[in-house]
Design a protein around this ligand. Structure first.
Ligand code: GDP
Ligand code: GDP
Length: 455
């Protein structure tokens, strides 16, 4: 039946995807000054040292595409993730924890010259919990004399210490060979969706809001059917189209077009399609009917998209049908039912007449830009410092939880982690979220704030 064939199409598409999948992510962690950046430059094959000799210089967490023996991977540099972390074992471990959380494997770099430190041991305890493959690199072994010293790092319990000299390149090839043995072919962490390719859009909304009409309007005659060879049984799943000077991939458009021919089971079908389309999309354009009261189903679709962490644009369709009175009503309904997505850009359009259809693409671009945003750690902590100074957390039972520092753990959508000395009230967290939006924008993207409590 219809539902079964949609599932088959969705599954077949997953397996047939011509992309090989996102490259695995390798994080390089360790105390400041052990040589992480030097090692990264070495792996990337950069000639000139871009390493700052000044300790504590704020660099930001960056990731780079890398390759070894023909295998691509993404290198994440945690050097200078923060402000002043010198001597603060737990914060260094926290940062390593976030990096490792987002990675498929890690190189843990230690310094042969200082020997095992208590901070190293702290990081190791964290790495054990993270349950990711870790390769131990003992750096600054510039010649054979250092080899013996490195033996003491067996005590960390991470297996063989691989001696390297990031500076001179010694041992780095062997280290990478070992890393490739533990690194999966395809990343299992949620960092998919490469930059630069067509951006993926899902057109969502309950039956009859005008999805097919809008798709036809946008895609028009420029339509390029992907996966659609005339006469095959396979439905076109995605449509690739150029709008506003860039390519967009409208995902699961077969689901939209098929819907137009189908009468029964519409709700079930719509919910199923919403899920499968969201899984593959970066931005969800959610259509609502301006001439109809906002329904529970509309709100549910919005909620599903927010929970999926996608960028969101609200498109109020059939604008040609409404009068002044309905406009006012609608405004009230939006305030009441869609207050939780007040940050989503709204476009009032008509798929039928084409009114304001041209505003959709800029709105999608704004939402995706917010979705991609990374706030540098230094800026984030300056913001948190000011916010906390002006509005400290209310006292609770004589105690006042403090925010030690924060970092943006990931983007797409932006997720923040705050390290605190106690539980932050939900109200205070909402206040932080509101201020984050006021300061950094984030129009069109959900943001997430979580806490890690340190005593
Ligand atoms: P990070 O803070 O862990 O990223 O460390 P850096 O890469 O900035 O390196 C810290 C210092 O150690 C710099 O002065 C580097 O030149 C030095 N260094 C890095 N690798 C080596 C190495 O293999 N041998 C020696 N002798 N010094 C190194
Ligand atoms: P879908 O089920 O979401 O794909 O909705 P369709 O695109 O099939 O549209 C449902 C009905 O609404 C059709 O009769 C369309 O002609 C009509 N429709 C779609 N967009 C508009 C619009 O902007 N204005 C008006 N007046 N009718 C529209």
């Amino acid at each position: 039946d219809e539902d079964r064939s949609l599932l088959d199409t969705a599954l077949a598409d997953e397996f047939d995807d011509e992309e090989t999948g996102p490259a695995p992510v390798l994080a390089v962690v360790g105390r400041p000054n052990v040589g992480k950046s030097t090692l990264i430059n070495r792996i990337l094959g950069r000639r000139e040292a871009v390493v700052e000799d000044v300790p504590g210089v704020t660099r930001d967490r960056v990731s780079y595409p890398a390759e070894w023996n023909g295998r691509p991977f993404t290198l994440v540099d945690t050097g200078g993730w923060d402000i002043d972390v010198r001597g603060m074992a737990s914060r260094i471990a926290d940062q390593a924890e976030i990096a490792v959380d987002m990675a498929d494997a890690a190189i843990f770099v230690v310094d042969a010259r200082t020997g095992v430190t208590s901070t190293d041991e702290h990081v190791v305890r964290m790495l054990r919990r993270a349950a990711r493959p870790v390769v131990l690199a003992v750096n600054k072994v510039d010649d054979e004399r250092g080899e013996l010293q490195a033996a003491e790092f067996w005590s960390l319990g991470l297996g063989e210490p691989h001696t390297v000299s990031a500076m001179h390149g010694r041992g780095v090839a062997d280290l990478l060979d070992t890393v490739l043995e533990v690194l999966p072919e395809v990343s299992a962490v949620d960092q998919k969706l490469e930059v630069g390719g067509p951006r993926r859009v899902a057109l969502l909304g309950r039956p009859n809001v005008g999805k097919s009409s809008l798709l036809n309007r946008l895609v028009g005659s420029e339509r390029v059917l992907v996966d659609n060879v005339a006469g095959t049984t396979r439905d076109p799943v995605d449509e690739l189209v150029e709008l506003g000077g860039r390519q967009w991939r409208f995902v699961d458009t077969a689901g939209i077009r098929k819907r137009a021919r189908q009468a029964s089971g519409a709700d079930f079908y719509a919910a199923l399609r919403t899920q499968t389309a969201l899984e593959r999309a970066e931005v969800a354009v959610i259509l609502l009917e301006a001439d109809q009261v906002i329904s529970e189903q509309d709100v549910r679709i919005v909620k599903t998209a927010v929970e999926a962490g996608r960028a969101i644009v609200l498109a109020f369709n059939k604008w040609d049908l409404i009068d002044e009175e309905r406009r006012h009503q609608l405004e009230g309904e939006i305030q009441r039912d869609l207050a939780h997505v007040a940050w989503a850009p709204r476009v009032n359009l008509s798929a039928k007449t084409g009114r304001h259809a041209d505003k959709l693409v800029p709105a999608m671009e704004r939402a995706l830009e917010s979705w991609d945003t990374r706030i540098p750690t230094g800026r984030l902590n300056a913001f948190l410092g000011e916010l906390v100074a002006a509005n400290p957390h209310p006292l609770r039972g004589g105690k006042q939880p403090r925010i030690l520092f924060g970092t943006q753990a990931s983007n797409r959508p932006p997720r923040f982690v705050l390290f605190t000395t106690g539980f932050l009230d939900p109200g205070y967290r909402r206040f932080i979220a509101r201020r984050l939006r006021e300061t950094f924008g984030f129009e069109g993207t959900p943001i997430d704030i979580s806490m890690r409590i340190r005593e």
